[in-house]
Design a protein around this ligand. Structure first.
Ligand code: GAR
Length: 184
C-alpha cells in the first residue's frame, strides 16, 4: 500500500528479487492515481490497483475495498509502505499480526504526520525509522525493527529524510521477513 513516491515499495520488490526476502510482491494498492509508486510498479511489472479515498464515503468503506482486493489476490501479508491514510479495524482485523507499517521516526517519539519535521523541530540529535505491526493506536503497534541516524548540523527536511529513507529501505524487508517467519 503506497500513497507517495514508492521508494519503500521498490525496496521490497528489489529485496524479493535479490532473494534477500523470500516473498513475492503481487499487488500495489495506491490511493492516488498520480503518485510516484504507480510509475515504479509499471517499471517493475507489478499490478497496481487504485483505491481512491475520495470515492469512498468513509475510512471503513475504503478499507473494506482493500480487504476485498487483497483477499481476491490471496495475499498473506500487507505492508503500508508510505500509506498516508489512517486505517480502521476493518483492515487491521483482516490481517492480524500481518499488517506492517514503516514510519520515519524512532517510535514512540514523533507519531503521526511528518515524523521528520517533528524530529527537526524538537532538536533531537538522533532520528530514525521504525517498522512495526499495525494496531488501532496510530503508529502504536509492536515494534519490529528500528534504525537510528544522526541529525547533522545544517540538516534540513530533505537531507534528513534521505538519510532516514536509506535505513527504511534496509529495515522494511527485515521486518517483513520477521513477520513471515513468525507466521510459519
Ligand atoms: C516514508 O518515509 C515513510 O516512512 C513515510 O512516508 C514515506 C514514504 O516514502 N510514512 C509515513 O510517514 C507514515 N506515517 P516512499 O513513498 O518513497 O516509500
Amino acid at each position: 500500500m503506497a500513497s507517495g513516491q514508492g521508494s519503500n515499495f521498490e525496496a521490497l520488490v528489489e529485496a524479493c528479487r535479490r532473494d534477500d526476502l523470500q516473498a513475492d510482491v503481487v499487488l500495489l494498492a495506491v490511493n492516488n492515481a498520480d503518485c510516484g509508486a504507480v510509475e515504479r510498479a509499471e517499471r517493475l511489472g507489478i499490478t497496481t490497483e487504485l483505491h481512491d479515498h475520495r470515492s469512498h464515503p468513509n475510512r471503513d468503506s475504503l478499507d473494506q475495498a482493500l480487504v476485498t482486493s487483497f483477499r481476491r489476490a490471496a495475499i498473506d501479508l500487507v505492508v503500508m509502505a508510505g500509506w498516508m491514510r489512517i486505517v480502521t479495524p476493518r483492515l487491521i482485523t483482516a490481517f492480524p499480526e500481518r499488517l506492517v507499517n514503516i514510519h520515519p521516526s524512532l517510535l514512540p517519539s514523533f507519531k503521526g504526520l511528518d515524523g521528520v519535521g517533528q524530529a527537526l523541530a524538537a532538536g533531537v540529535t538522533l532520528a530514525g525509522c521504525t517498522a512495526h505491526l499495525v494496531n488501532e493506536a496510530v503508529d502504536g503497534g509492536r515494534i519490529l525493527v528500528q534504525a537510528a541516524v544522526p541529525v547533522l548540523p545544517g540538516d534540513d527536511h530533505a537531507t534528513l529524510s534521505r538519510r532516514i529513507q536509506v535505513e527504511e529501505h534496509r529495515i522494511l524487508p527485515l521486518a517483513v521477513a520477521l513477520v513471515a517467519a513468525a507466521q510459519g
